[in-house]
Design a protein around this ligand. Structure first.
Ligand SMILES: [Zn+2]
Length: 464
């Protein structure tokens, strides 16, 4: 069966939201969360983190005190040596800043403000913050969020960035993703916070530190918010998921019995050293603002029509056919873009976005959910994360290759300057846990011209 009317369909967009549905995944005995959907590879996390760290090191007052640095490394060592920490090349630095905050960059660099040390009651509380930050790295929350927020533009951009020696951070800057206060890389969702607490508790447990001290410290910070302005920084990037103490208590029940005796005995000394640091210099604050594209929409005469000759594409999950004169580029984690050559829009300074074409993504959920729910979450994620995009019609149920499919139609700003685009999202149910999503994109002006091609692609899609 095919969709009755394409135009009434709806399209949503794909991926991101599915992940939001994924809670913890079973590993061994304790249920630990695992990384969600991501366009980036682990190596790209590391590359991006190192580029970002170079910027942070230039712009923030890093503490150069051998004793304090060595202690931080010593605290982190038993945490990062757990396989659940992901084997990233972690690095730990103190930042001379009285605000209570810490942050982790993708792939390993972790920064701890000295304000944390000044407010902690014991070593285990400092370790708790470290374990929490390490968990954000291991769970790849930064690039997961960036992936979910930039469904259209990232696959092509990342593919392009990997071809040359381009800076990933520079590329992301074109999407407005930088290291500023509200960066999608650093400002976590409550779901991500819960996960970081969960995995952090486990890492502490394995390392021999009482996981309750992490929850206790966060609760303590919560209690002083309002009284002490320095705490606001922590909660603006690590929003309180609620019930932290209870949740960690529950986690501990699933751990093996262990006594928590690890302690370097140097906590008081470190606090004294931190207190003696010179006052932090006034801090410059950056934030890579997104640049509006100045790319012009091509004249209609320059739009080479999609070939009527079809080529086949297949992944492990599905097959489909597409116009012979369009090109396939592989993204991460089963995402693929199939575009005409004018489909990639140069947004300036090496950045790119998709103006015409199709993005296909595979998603697996840990638990089975109704296709309507999965599709709805995906659609909401797209709307939330793509400023200006709106669902314009009620979602439609259709069948594609005998599989239940939800279709959303959306409208929003195009990658071309001053243009609007139509976006159709089809979420096809492959199995109880797997979906394949296709996003079709074209400027509003040209959507009707591409609609037959998009329709043929959708109707040719078969699950394997
Ligand atoms: Zn956090």
């Amino acid at each position: 069966m095919q969709p009755k009317s394409w135009v009434n369909l709806t399209a949503t967009l794909l991926l991101g939201a599915v992940l939001a549905l994924q809670p913890a995944v079973m590993l061994a005995q304790p249920k630990l969360p695992k990384p969600g959907f991501n366009f980036f590879s682990k190596d790209q996390d590391i590359k991006l983190g190192q580029e970002a760290a170079a910027q942070v090191d230039r712009e923030m007052p890093i503490v150069h005190n051998a004793e304090m640095e060595a202690w931080l490394k010593k605290l982190a060592e038993p945490l990062i040596s757990q396989p659940e920490a992901g084997g990233y090349p972690f690095q730990f630095k103190w930042v001379n800043d009285d605000n209570i905050n810490a942050f982790a960059l993708p792939g390993g660099p972790v920064y701890m403000n000295t304000g944390l040390l000044k407010h902690a009651d014991d070593e285990a509380q400092v370790v708790g913050v470290l374990a929490h930050e390490i968990s954000h790295v291991a769970l790849r929350h930064g690039t997961n969020q960036a992936s979910k927020a930039n469904l259209f533009s990232l696959p092509a951009m990342i593919g392009g960035a990997m071809l040359g020696d381009n800076s990933l951070l520079g590329q992301l800057g074109q999407l407005g993703i930088g290291l500023g206060l509200n960066s999608v890389l650093l400002k976590y969702s409550r779901g991500a916070e819960s996960q970081a607490d969960q995995l952090g508790a486990f890492l502490m447990h394995r390392a021999g530190y009482n996981p309750m001290e992490m929850a206790n410290f966060f609760e303590k910070l919560e209690a002083i918010t309002g009284n002490q302005k320095g705490v606001a920084a922590w909660f603006s990037s690590h929003p309180n998921p609620g019930n932290r103490v209870k949740n960690v208590q529950k986690e501990i029940l699933s751990f093996d019995k262990r006594s928590y005796t690890r302690d370097t005995g140097q906590f008081a000394r470190m606090k004294a050293l931190a207190a003696k640091l010179p006052p932090p210099p006034k801090q410059p604050q950056q934030g890579a603002a997104g640049q509006a594209s100045t790319a012009q929409i091509p004249p209609v005469s320059e739009l080479e029509p999609p070939s009527s000759r079809a080529k086949g594409y297949q992944s492990t999950m599905y097959t489909l056919s597409y116009p012979e004169n369009w090109q396939v580029s592989q993204g991460e984690q089963g995402s693929v873009s199939i575009l005409p050559k004018y489909g990639v829009v140069d947004t300036g300074n090496g950045g790119s976005a998709i103006g015409y074409g199709t993005i296909i993504t595979e998603n697996s959920n840990n638990s089975s959910q109704r296709i309507e729910e999965v599709a709805s979450v995906i659609a909401q994620g797209v709307v939330k994360n793509n400023p200006g995009i709106q669902v314009t019609e009620e979602p439609r149920r259709v069948m594609v290759g005998g599989k239940r499919t939800m279709l959303y139609v959306m409208n929003g700003p195009s990658a071309f300057q001053g243009q609007r685009e139509t976006v159709v999202l089809a979420v096809i149910e492959r199995s109880a846990t797997d979906t394949v999503s296709l996003i079709f994109v074209a400027p509003e002006r040209d959507f009707a011209r591409f609609e037959p091609t998009f329709k043929n692609m959708l109707n040719s899609t078969r699950m394997k």
